[in-house]
Design a protein around this ligand. Structure first.
Ligand SMILES: Nc1ncnc2c1ncn2[C@@H]1O[C@H](COP(=O)(O)OP(=O)(O)OP(=O)(O)O)[C@@H](O)[C@H]1O
Ligand SMILES: [Mg+2]
Length: 295
């Protein structure tokens, strides 16, 4: 759950698209860390959007852009699955820890609540007293954290409508960013990132066979794909490549190598024929659902 201190990395190089959101977040969060005479951002931030568009990834990239910082990812469902009382205790510990890191070690502290809807569903729809207490506990911790040092709380959700409305009160999570499905240009960027990623997986990607034209073509035909689907497509293609290049002999039970393990455009095309993207599995209503929250 805890990432602790994150060392500097090239910021935002692993994320395709979301340029405007990244820019806004950098001004809001990163700039005051670097130019310390500027006022620090104190409120909570909510990232919302459909599954698989890079909310969690963006958070990690944001922490990397700050450089040395304390960064704790709290998985909402994990916290909620604790025994009654334990989750609340853990929540208090998380805030205490962040305050300690900020005050004693002078590190900017981030608490990132992934799938925050699991812990902060509307109290009106809560089934148990425990859930209501949990939301109350969270709100009181969030209200108090402003005085406890350089702590930034960020939540991410793909179910924004289910969140308790008190969260949006000023100084809690009233800064919201919508992360949408990737445009064609975003998909080109994501595909390039994936090519780089899979190039370093011990196999060389055959760059002659995946050139700019193929990237453009792939971005064109993957209209209903989010970043996670594109990653899924590459994973499947990688598996295809293994089957193409290595044969398992049923008689001897041994593998033999038939060709150089190089991911080709053909592997991606074969994988494309089988892959069903998330958006296709869902309905168009889903997109309307997020856009309604935005307005
Ligand atoms: N914009 C993107 N650029 C590059 N890779 C992406 C992008 N979006 C998603 N991915 C890939 O998909 C994976 C899953 O994305 P991520 O977990 O960040 O989605 P999410 O929006 O947090 O989804 P969920 O709502 O289900 O939690 C990432 O680890 C990354 O490999
Ligand atoms: Mg996520």
């Amino acid at each position: 759950m805890t990432e602790n201190v994150i060392k500097k990395n090239k910021p935002f190089s692993k994320i395709g698209g979301h340029k405007d959101v990244i820019r806004e977040l950098r001004y809001l969060v990163e700039l005051p860390q670097k130019f310390t005479n500027l006022a620090k951002f104190k409120d909570g931030i909510l990232l919302y959007g459909p599954p698989g568009v890079g909310k969690t990834l963006l958070m990690r990239e944001l922490a990397a852009s700050i450089g040395d910082c304390h960064f704790e990812i709290v998985q909402g469902p994990e916290l909620m699955s604790q025994f009654v009382g334990q989750g609340e205790e853990q929540l208090r510990e998380i805030f205490k820890n962040a305050a300690w890191e900020s005050q004693k070690r002078k590190l900017p502290s981030f608490i990132f609540f992934d799938e925050i809807d699991a812990i902060l569903s509307s109290r009106d729809n809560s089934d148990t007293q425990y859930e209501v207490r949990f939301v109350n506990q969270f709100l009181s911790l969030v209200d108090g954290f402003h005085d406890r040092g350089d702590i930034i709380v960020i939540g991410a959700t793909n179910r924004p409508h289910s969140l308790d409305s008190a969260l949006k009160r000023s100084e809690r999570f009233d800064t919201e960013y919508y992360l949408s499905y990737p445009t064609i240009e975003d998909r080109k960027e994501i595909i390039k990132i994936l090519i780089q990623k899979y190039s370093s997986k011990n196999v060389e990607i055959c760059l002659q066979s995946i050139n700019q034209t193929s990237i453009d073509e792939l971005a064109q035909v993957t209209e209903n794909y989010n970043g996670s689907d594109l990653e899924g497509l590459f994973k499947k293609a990688y598996e295809k490549m293994k089957h193409r290049c290595f044969k398992l002999d049923d008689e001897t039970g041994e593998f033999t190598q038939e060709c150089l393990p190089v991911l080709k455009k053909q592997d991606l095309e074969d994988s494309f024929k089988l892959y069903i993207p998330h958006f296709k599995r869902q309905s168009q209503n889903k997109i309307n659902y997020y856009e309604k929250f935005q307005s």
